[in-house]
Design a protein around this ligand. Structure first.
Ligand code: CP
Ligand code: NVA
Length: 299
């Protein structure tokens, strides 16, 4: 059976922990400039329906460092853009490459591609999940603060795709996730229910942040929601992660954001650019954790 990575739930807690350990090792190997071409000659296809800086660069650099190669394919340049069925595209491409990384508007697109693919398919963000982001976020927490099991994480902001992956992570890594969103912007109720022992909604950003070990947020208007931006800015008033909110968290609490960030909206500039922010480590760890993922799926 071909293993895919469409959501964090495609891996067991044990596999995820091993993967994060491996990511830390690969980071050291790279920083020591030691060769590590463990996937020599292997090919990766990247199909992105949406913009990307971190995900694209980390996958392309990562497979190159591992001795393989990548091709970036925008749907409009593939026959897909002229109506070739997704399943046919998946059957053809998966006979030629070793894995496919897809960023899609709809989660169902990634699922349909995986159903027809002979090789592993990796979700590089959909409307529902962003599991690769959580690999990097978990690595970052483990590196800086140790095991996240038993810790408390505050999600302040939109109940979006990244929030959904944090909800899955809470269950798999056994931490407490407190989610504060404005009314109408809550995460999916079914997902929350499935992680009910670990993740829950709270009424205010303060209730989420109080005594938390980690405070996380994301943009208020995700890709594809540009037209809602003004309405969302009104709805999210009071949800900016600023220093007053961070001061409610534990003294050694850290701040994460998957980026891209909008200073002055979901996060104050002095938080994201301040001493409690770990966003640059988080971004770098996209590279190391996805190399570990590629090794896991391909080696
Ligand atoms: N965090 C993240 O996925 O960034 P990109 O959209 O730049 O890939
Ligand atoms: N929630 C954001 C994450 C970007 C990495 C989006 O979907 O646009």
């Amino acid at each position: 059976m071909t293993r895919h990575f469409l959501s964090l739930l495609d891996m067991t807690p044990k596999e995820l922990r091993l993967l994060i350990e491996r990511a830390m090792t690969l980071k050291k190997i790279l920083h020591r400039r030691e060769p590590h071409e463990y996937l020599r000659g292997r090919s990766l296809a990247l199909i992105f329906e949406k913009s990307s800086t971190r995900t694209r660069v980390s996958f392309e650099a990562g497979i190159t460092q591992l001795g393989g190669n990548s091709m970036f394919l925008s749907p409009s340049e593939l026959q897909l853009g002229r109506g070739e069925p997704l399943g046919d595209t998946a059957r053809v491409i998966s006979r030629m490459v070793d894995a496919v990384v897809i960023r899609a508007r709809l989660h169902s697109t990634v699922e349909a591609f995986a159903a027809a693919s002979q090789v592993p398919v990796i979700n590089a963000l959909t409307d529902r999940f962003h599991p690769c982001q959580l690999l990097a976020d978990m690595q970052t927490y483990f590196e800086l603060r140790g095991d996240i099991a038993g810790r408390t994480v505050a999600w302040v902001g939109d109940g979006n795709n990244v929030c959904h992956s944090w909800i899955n992570a809470a269950r798999l890594f056994q931490f407490t996730l407190r989610i504060a969103t404005p009314k109408g912007y809550e995460p999916d109720a079914g997902l929350l229910q499935a992680s009910s022992g670990a993740a829950s909604l709270v009424d205010t950003p303060a209730a989420a942040a109080r005594d938390a070990d980690l405070v996380v947020t994301d943009t208020w208007a995700s890709m594809g929601q540009e037209a809602e931006k003004e309405v969302r800015i009104q709805a999210f008033a009071g949800y900016c992660v600023d220093n007053a909110l961070m001061d409610l968290a534990r003294p050694d609490a850290i701040f994460m954001h998957c980026l891209p960030a909008y200073r002055g909206l979901e996060v104050a500039a002095d938080v994201i650019d301040g001493p409690r922010s770990v966003v640059w480590d988080e971004a770098e760890n996209r590279l190391h954790s996805q190399k570990a993922l590629l090794e896991f799926l391909l080696a």
